[in-house]
Design a protein around this ligand. Structure first.
Ligand code: PEP
Ligand code: MG
Length: 549
């Protein structure tokens, strides 16, 4: 038995055999063709048909949003213009593989040049090209491997396209070499309750069929477990099942101290499932997700309709909506038009909205109209706010346009350092621990090589949260957390101990966090927070908090 360590996502545990996702294919070499042109063209045509048929079949199985993406990919594989491009290159002496690679690449560049929606299809085209080349080589297509029996998926990282089809009956857990706790894989794993350990450098050495235990709570992978390890894993699984089926109550500590548990949502259609899982409202509605594909700003009417649908799902409940957070990992063509060397440090969030104030005014107007049309308690907040001056700008504009409660997200360390001034002008603060961690540790949250820095347990992050909690308490203003940190049950307790008043998370995490809060008193939460604050590394903070009874 050996153990390898990574960053755990969630609290789940799973046991099963490893199945590795194939590495992306190497680029086909430029070499003279050995078969005659007609034979080569026929081989390519057969591969194109086979890939198109496979994608069409997957589309049928997938349903929903994924179906349209896969159907479009099936059509790409049979696009006459592309086939012509491949044939021309074969006539010029190219191998079939290279001709496919070059023809798709030329088409891809053209799509990127068109920008907007077409540019977003470029990655889908590369995936089709890889599938055809794999077919010609007789190797497995890139993407999630297929198996009739359940398995633990080991991959370098997962692309959104890989995850669209992830079969939860088969995939017991995810282990990735790259990715941090806020990577796409981690967010997906949390939202679908799949145990995951990310950032496991040596995961590539696990061979297919090896039995492992993936324990997300400790971030460990036990290779070839002993009978005692297997028994312990089974006991934990039973405990977790008990938590998942426990009655739904409002979030509260063991001594009755209320900690409302809210949901992070990206679409109004996600509201129903959140309510069923016991969300007491919404703590973060990411409005930019509604408009990621748009090249022009959405109209007031379009926005009013979406916001009214959302608010109607929460009568009398709190719903915190975030103004468009465009830029960096979520660019919106109509807000981010400049080329930037470091977009995470650029004109993003409130900065981009302030530069195009008409768009912000329209969004706030649409929100105020939805507020008037429903009985939900709408709160509106701005993303990426740097200081009290920016907070005041946003809050006063929101009030001018009829928003009753307006606040800011704490994602930039400068805002936390100015917490007393900020809470003086803002109705509330919501801490976005994903970005707050990225900026405090100066580590790109999307970059696998620095994933180990993206850890909200770092005492530097906890100390900033304490500044916000203290300032909120002194000013009598609520301070919530809506980053991924709120979904980590042990950290959720520490956050409450630091003065956080509400926790917002992916709905799938609500049961675990609710259970952990229910077995901890405020006195214990405060003691755990104090112990974590005294440490100097994330790992030490975790164990210091865990060692307080
Ligand atoms: C955050 O930064 O923690 C946050 C909640 O916002 P997002 O993940 O959308 O950047
Ligand atoms: Mg953020």
């Amino acid at each position: 038995m050996t153990q390898i360590q990574g960053i755990g996502v969630g609290r789940g545990i799973a046991t099963g055999p490893v199945l590795t996702m194939p590495e992306p294919l190497s680029e086909p070499v430029v070499a003279p063709r050995t078969r005659d042109a007609a034979d080569e063209k026929q081989l390519v045509l057969d591969a194109l048909h086979a890939v198109a048929a496979d994608l069409a079949e997957r589309a049928k199985l997938a349903g929903g949003d994924a179906q349209a993406v896969l159907e479009a990919q099936a059509m790409m594989a049979q696009d006459p213009g592309l086939i012509e491009g491949v044939d021309e290159r074969i006539d010029e002496g190219s191998t079939g593989e290279r001709a496919v690679f070059d023809a798709f690449e030329a088409y891809r560049e053209m799509l990127v040049g068109l920008g907007g929606y077409m540019a977003e299809r470029a990655a889908d085209l590369s995936d089709v090209s890889q599938r055809i080349v794999a077919h010609l080589r007789g190797v497995p297509a890139p993407g999630v491997p297929e198996s009739d029996t359940p398995f633990i998926l080991v991959a370098r990282d997962l692309a959104p396209a890989d995850t669209a089809l992830l079969d939860l009956e088969r995939v017991l857990a995810l282990v990735t070499v790259e990715g941090g706790p806020t990577s796409h894989t981690a967010i997906l794993a949390r939202s679908r309750s799949i145990p995951a350990v990310v950032g496991v450098e040596s995961a590539g050495s696990l061979s297919d069929g090896t039995v492992v235990i993936v324990d997300a709570a400790s971030g460990t992978i036990t290779v070839e477990p002993t009978a005692a390890d297997l028994d312990a894993a089974e006991t934990r699984t039973a405990e977790l099942q008990k938590i998942a089926s426990a009655p739904i109550t409002d979030g509260a500590l063991a001594d009755g101290h209320a900690v409302p548990l809210l949901a992070n949502l990206g679409k109004p259609s996600e509201a129903k499932a959140a309510v069923e899982l016991g969300a007491e409202g919404v703590g973060l509605f990411r409005t930019e997700f509604l408009f990621l594909g748009s090249t022009s700003a959405p109209t007031v009417a379009q926005q009013r309709e979406a916001y009214t649908e959302l608010l109607s799902a929460f009568p009398g409940k709190k719903v915190v909506v975030r103004a468009l957070d465009a830029g960096s990992d979520k660019p919106l063509a109509f807000l981010n038009d400049a080329e930037e060397e470091n977009p995470a440090l650029g004109l993003r969030g409130l900065r981009a909205l302030r530069a195009k104030e008409d768009i912000l005014r329209e969004q706030l107007t649409a929100l105020a109209e939805a507020q008037a049309a429903t009985s939900a308690d709408l709160w509106v907040m701005a993303p990426m706010v740097a200081d009290a001056e920016e907070a005041e700008y946003f809050v006063s504009l929101a009030k001018e346009l009829g928003i009753r409660v307006a606040g800011v997200m704490a994602e930039v360390p400068s805002l936390a350092l100015m917490a007393p001034e900020v809470t003086a002008v803002s109705d509330f603060v919501s801490i976005g621990t994903n970005d707050l961690t990225q900026y405090t540790l100066a580590a790109d949250r999307l970059l696998g090589s620095v994933a180990n820095y993206q850890d909200p347990w770092h005492p530097a992050v906890l100390r900033l949260i304490k500044l916000l909690g203290d300032a909120g308490r002194a000013a009598g203003k609520p301070v919530g957390v809506c980053g991924e940190a709120a979904a980590d049950p042990a950290l959720a307790v520490v956050l409450v101990g630091l003065g956080v008043t509400t926790l917002s998370m992916t709905p799938a995490a609500l049961a675990d966090v609710r259970a952990e809060l229910a077995r901890t008193t405020l006195e214990q939460a405060t003691a755990r927070a104090a112990a974590a604050l005294r440490t100097s590394t994330a790992a030490a903070a975790r164990s210091a908090a865990a060692s307080v009874d």
